[in-house]
Design a protein around this ligand. Structure first.
Ligand code: ZN
Length: 938
């Protein structure tokens, strides 16, 4: 839509501007160096120092699959893959080897994506110690922009990989989507340009077609370079000018033209089904023209975005309340205002829901009705005040953290500025503007309601409705006529306004708090840099102050016991304990009322039972610390039943579990857990038949038992707190809790021993094959073994990537992961490999999985070990700046007395190929190997 809404009109009135275009411009982050070369290449360079000593590099292309002709469907994405298979300065696969030697990992740090109208490549977290490494990363961007080799042999090898990717992504939703897209986009190329393309094109295109596509579209005038991090801005700018000085745009170069989406006068109704669909999804879109890029430069646009965000927030709160009503036909629903499916030129108010069995049309009616209720009556002042408080609280949180904002945040912002002309004010600027704008009475609930009326339509024009259902013999499906009648019926209904159930009193009545406790002892831990308090009720509290984030405090409390203390009869209750408590209320507040009371506060607290511990955990920010402590107190003492919320959770679970076996990946996942744990009931995946054994009363009884001993818990606070303020709150809200009795966990069974093979076949809509390998052995719990288990798996990942993906083209993705796992009083080294394979090459892939492991028990490549060490050391530097990491290592130290932090660097530096080979040999000789393979039934 153009920016001419009622909201803007109201706003123009106060700013005395004649049109949205004359409104004040959105400022541009003054710390970004921007420029454009004469050949059209655009660049953005921003110095940013968080995390320290690393930088991110991006190249964004303004082209994607929408530029393809019918005979080229899939080439834009194919080209993206070829960027990693040979270029002028990085022939063959040397790019991956080079970046890995910098400690940059393919997949997470080095990657790319192709969508409809863009292709973006990135190299992230590059260490900035050596200038030459940064220069080389820029050279990689240059090679991607105009120096790809596109060698015939390499192209042929990649065809199989793309097939695997297509197979991997093929799901019921994806298959339906491919079929119905032309109906959702009549008269537009958007209907036939999913980036994955056609496998007939992928298999058969001539080399020249890909090379032509590359030269036609990859040109400096379609390219933006973005560099963010600890870099010398002048140096990088000069280098860009030098590297791209000869890049040219050919005369008569093809223009990138925005693809349009025609309006539809008559509503579009689409129905489709698939045998592997597990439940019906119902969607409604009310289309409108997207804001043109040229209208995104004034503060009218920021207002527009703010209003849409608030409307989305308020609407979703209402939908979530709907699911708790006994007669609600859907189990989950959501709405947002944004792109219509994936087109840049058309937006929509989009609504989606998962329907209960047989309730497709009722769900459609309910969704449409809630949207019309907003259109007819708007939101209440209470809803508006809460949403606005929440918006400002999030913005303030971002503002307080502005000096610790990651490179990736700016990387995305600048990419969006290049591709879509999204504003790029600094965080300070945005905060100041929004603070001012949102305080103006002219943008109050009435204006937002008028705006919502513009976004939510009540006519057939530009309305699109679809239902995707499970296909099953004997089932009757809704017709598109019935879908149209359903909409017409809701339009004829007389609706009533929404009733807000928020409570006005405070969550906690402080007069009812027991007497505060006291700190009775304090000691310091030098190694980890924390202070440990002992409270008068026996509780231990560990305080580690950090400044990794200005605006974050992480919290956890734990004590021994957990699910290990309960038997098989409680299987369903144990499985559902965490979910049921998360859906419960506190005192006389229902779950929804608690949520409403917390709008505008950055606090979350959750309870959790795992095998050996009961825990409470959460995060907050300094300004909301007291509310957070009240939540901790209430969760430990006053969890209360909210039957409506728990019923909604059970309905949702029932729908998700009922047909989960229609999905091959889900069947496979269950087989893996059952196999590696020897069909132990504790690790059995939940099934729909288990739900009837759930008892909410029993779960509340278990909650009472598990949280009866707060004085036996160890509590941790890690982050940027003011100790002088925190300690009195700890005494008040934790020190007052009862002491309780000390408990321990019970030993429970772990992984199944021996060599176990579980090979099975399955009929599938798209034939797929997956292999999972799992090895384990008992091992001493210490930092050396922790490092060894991780490093060995990283080496194997590289081995597999080369042998299975690159050489044999037998899989799109394959990887290994390893860890030292502590289970009660025991510890195990575990290693797993996961490989979704080409069904025609599954025998070969399985052989290579075994071969790679075996070969490396004899000899490990020194070069690979060096790369793994570099990566681990680089990663560790970053971990040391995260509150989460410290929570983990301190927690391990408290319970086991094992320090996994201090010796880490030395343990990595001491790694050798021989040590890794020897470790793999022990693991192989332990003879605990489970193998689970699923292949398609003929
Ligand atoms: Zn891909």
């Amino acid at each position: 839509m153009r920016l001419k809404s009622f909201l803007v009109a109201a706003f123009l009135f106060v700013t005395a501007a004649a049109s949205a275009q004359q409104m004040p411009k959105i400022p541009v982050d003054p710390t970004v160096r921007m420029g454009k070369l004469s050949n059209g290449l655009t660049y953005y360079i921003k110095h940013n120092n968080w995390p320290e000593h690393v930088a991110n590099f991006y190249i964004a292309q303004r082209v994607g699959s929408i530029q393809e002709d019918e005979s080229q469907r899939g080439l834009a994405h194919f080209l993206e893959h070829m960027a990693f298979n040979g270029s002028e300065h990085f022939p063959d696969s040397t790019l991956l080897e080079y970046t890995r030697s910098l400690g940059v990992e393919f997949g997470s740090d080095l990657n790319a994506y192709t969508s409809i109208d863009r292709t973006v490549y990135r190299i992230c977290d590059v260490p900035t110690k050596r200038q030459s490494a940064l220069d080389s990363c820029l050279l990689i961007l240059k090679d991607w922009s105009n120096g790809l080799t596109l060698d015939g042999n390499e192209i042929d090898k990649e065809r199989g990989v793309i097939h695997q990717e297509w197979q991997l992504r093929s799901s019921a939703q994806q298959r339906i989507f491919e079929r119905v897209l032309p109906q959702l986009y009549p008269g537009s190329k958007y209907g036939t340009r999913l980036p994955i393309g056609l496998m007939s094109v992928v298999d058969n295109f001539k080399y020249k077609e890909l090379r032509d596509y590359y030269h036609k579209w990859y040109r400096p005038d379609n390219q933006g370079i973005i560099i963010v991090g600890d870099v010398d801005v002048d140096h990088m700018e000069n280098l860009i000018k030098q590297y791209w000085k000869d890049a040219k745009v050919p005369a008569n170069a093809a223009k990138v033209v925005d693809e349009q989406v025609p309006d539809n006068d008559k509503a579009i109704y689409v129905f489709d089904k698939d045998k592997e669909m597990q439940f019906s999804t119902v969607e409604i879109a009310m289309k409108q023209d997207a804001v043109p890029d040229s209208d995104k430069t004034t503060i009218a646009y920021m207002m527009d975005q703010y209003a849409k965000q608030l409307i989305t927030m308020m609407f979703n709160q209402r939908l979530s309340e709907e699911t708790q009503k006994a007669d609600c036909p859907f189990v989950d629903a959501g709405g947002y205002y944004g792109q219509y499916i994936y087109s840049k030129t058309k937006d929509a108010f989009n609504l989606t829901a998962y329907a209960k069995d047989g309730k497709d049309l009722e769900t459609l009616a309910a969704l449409y009705r809630e949207a019309q209720r907003v259109r007819d009556f708007g939101f209440t002042p209470g809803e508006f005040d809460r949403a606005k408080a929440e918006y400002m609280s999030q913005l303030e949180s971002q503002y307080n953290n502005r000096n610790k904002t990651k490179n990736s945040y700016y990387g995305n912002e600048l990419t969006e500025h290049y591709l879509e002309n999204e504003p790029m004010p600094s965080i300070e600027q945005e905060y100041q503007i929004m603070k001012q704008l949102t305080s103006m009475p002219v943008i109050g609930v009435d204006q937002i309601n008028a705006f919502a009326k513009e976004l939510i339509s009540n006519t057939d024009t530009n309305l699109v409705v679809d239902i995707f259902a499970q296909e099953k013999a004997g089932k009757t499906y809704p017709t598109t006529d019935e879908m149209a009648q359903t909409i017409a019926k809701v339009r004829a209904e007389k609706l009533t306004p929404y009733v807000d159930n928020a409570k006005n009193e405070p969550l906690l009545d402080e007069t009812k708090l027991p007497k505060a406790g006291k700190v009775v002892a304090t000691k310091e831990n030098k190694t980890f840099g924390y202070k440990e308090l002992t409270l008068s009720n026996g509780a231990r509290v560990i305080l580690k102050k950090t400044d990794f984030k200005e605006n974050e405090i992480r919290f956890q409390g734990m004590s021994k016991g957990g699910t290990s203390l309960y038997g098989k009869n409680d299987y369903a209750n144990l499985q559902l304990f965490n979910g049921a408590l998360a859906s419960s209320g506190l005192g006389d507040f229902t779950n929804q009322q608690v949520q409403k009371a917390l709008y505008g506060k950055q606090c979350n607290v959750g309870l959790g039972l795992n095998r050996n511990y009961q825990s409470i955990s959460g995060t907050t920010v300094p300004k909301d610390l007291e509310t957070f402590m009240q939540l901790v107190y209430l969760n430990m003492t006053s969890a209360s039943k909210d039957t409506a919320a728990v019923n909604a959770m059970m309905n949702n679970l029932e729908l998700m579990l009922k047909n989960k076996d229609l999905n091959p990946e889900s069947v496979y996942g269950d087989s893996v857990s059952n196999t590696i744990y020897g069909h132990n009931w504790r690790n059995k995946p939940l099934e729909v038949k288990d739900l009837k054994n759930f008892s909410y009363d029993r779960v509340m009884q278990m909650w009472k038992e598990r949280y009866a001993n707060p004085g036996q818990f160890v509590y941790y606070f890690i982050g940027n707190f003011d100790e002088a303020k925190l300690i009195p709150l700890i005494e008040k809200y934790i020190g007052c809790l009862p002491k309780g009795k000390a408990e321990n966990w019970k030993e429970t069974p772990n992984y199944a021993n021996g060599n176990i093979k579980n090979f099975f076949t399955r009929k599938m809509e798209t034939p797929k094959a997956i292999a999972f390998e799992f090895w384990h052995m008992p091992m001493a719990y210490n930092v050396q073994n922790d490092v060894l288990a991780d490093a060995a798996a990283q080496v194997l990942s590289m081995v597999y990537l080369k042998s299975i993906r690159e050489d044999a083209s037998a899989a799109y993705s394959v990887g290994a992961a390893g860890a030292l796992a502590r289970k009660g009083d025991k510890a195990f080294a575990v290693m797993q490999a996961y490989c979704p394979m080409d069904p025609n090459k599954s025998d070969e892939a399985i052989k290579l999985l075994a071969q790679g492991f075996k070969d490396n028990t004899v000899k490990v490549d020194a070069d690979k070990v060096q790369k793994v060490k570099d990566y681990m050391l680089k990663n560790h530097e970053e971990e040391l700046k995260s509150n989460n990491y410290w929570m983990d290592v301190i927690d391990e130290y408290v319970w086991t007395n094992v320090d996994l932090m201090s010796g880490y660097k030395a343990a990595v530096q001491a790694l050798t190929p021989e040590k890794i080979a020897n470790y793999l040999k022990q693991l192989l000789n332990a003879n605990n190997h489970a193998e689970v393979v699923m292949t398609p039934a003929k």
